[in-house]
Design a protein around this ligand. Sequence first.
Ligand code: GLN
Length: 306
Amino acid sequence: MISQACLHDALSYGKCFTGLGQPADYIPELARVNKHQLGVCIVNLDQEILKEGDYDRPFTIQSISKLVSLILALHDRGGEYLFQDKVGVEPTGDPFNSIIKLETKTRPFNPFINAGAITVASCIDGKDTEERFERFLTYIRHLCNNDAICLNENVYLSEKSTGDRNRALAYYLKASGILEGDVEECLDFYFRMCSVDVTALDIANLSAVLANHGTNPFTGENLIEPSCAKALRALMLTCGMYDGSGRFAMKVGFPAKSGVGGGIAAVVVDRMGIGVYGPALDEKGNSIGGIKILEYLADKLDCSLF
Ligand code: GLN
C-alpha cells in the first residue's frame, strides 16, 4: 500500500529532472506549455485514489490513444487478422516516427510506432471519420471514467497542419497495400484521437482497467476482453516507450505507454493503475519527470516484474 507521503516524495524527486527535458515542439501547439508541470495519480484496485501535483491539468493524450484505437481495431477485425496481415508485435529500436523499416518490411513492426498506429486507425469500423471518432470518444470516456473528455481543437488543428511526416508514412503504407480505405480520412481520425484532452487521473483510471484484466474496478463492468488486456500489457512492456522500452523495463519494470503530450499510463497488474503527466520530454519523446516518478514508485512499492 502506498502512502500520500510516498507519492509526495515521488513527485518531489521527479521535479528535480523537469529542467533537463523540453516539451515537444514539432506540433507547435504542444510547445506552449510550462515544462515544469508535473502530476501523478494512482488508482488502486481497491478503489482508493491518490493524487499529487498537476494531476488534474489537461494535456493531449497523443500516443497513449494508441491503446484505445488498438482495442477498437482488435474488436472490429480480430487479433488473427490484425497481427497477421496489418501490424507486427515486435519492438523496433527506432524512434516512434521512423520511416526507415517501411521499405524493407511488409508491415509496421508494432501498433505503437506511428506507422503501426496509423495502420490500426485505418482498421476501425465506421461510415466516416465522424462516426469513428464518436466511437473512440464514447469508449475512452468509459475507460477513463470521465464523460467530459473531448477534443482539444487547437492541438488537433496544429497537428493536422504540420503532420507531413505522418502523411508520408500513411501514403507509403497505402501504396504498400497495408493501410485500408481513404488516407486523408484515416489521418484525420488519427490526428483527432491524438488530440483528446485527458488528465493524469483519467489515464490512471484507464491503466487501472488494464491492471484489473479489463474490468472497471469501480463499476465491475468489463470494458476490455481479458485476453486483449493481456496483449496490450505485453505490447506496452516491449514497445510502449518506443526505443526507450528496454531501459524503462530495467529501471521501472512494468507495462507503460507514453505520449508526446507528456503523459504516461502505467500498469501494475492486480494492484494499480498509475497516470503521470510532465511535458518535459527526453530525447526519445518520453516524459522525463514522469519516468523518474515511476522509477521512484517501482522501487518503493517493489513492483518491478523482474
Ligand atoms: N500525435 C503524435 C504523432 O503522431 C503522437 C506521437 C507520440 O505521442 N509519440 O507524432
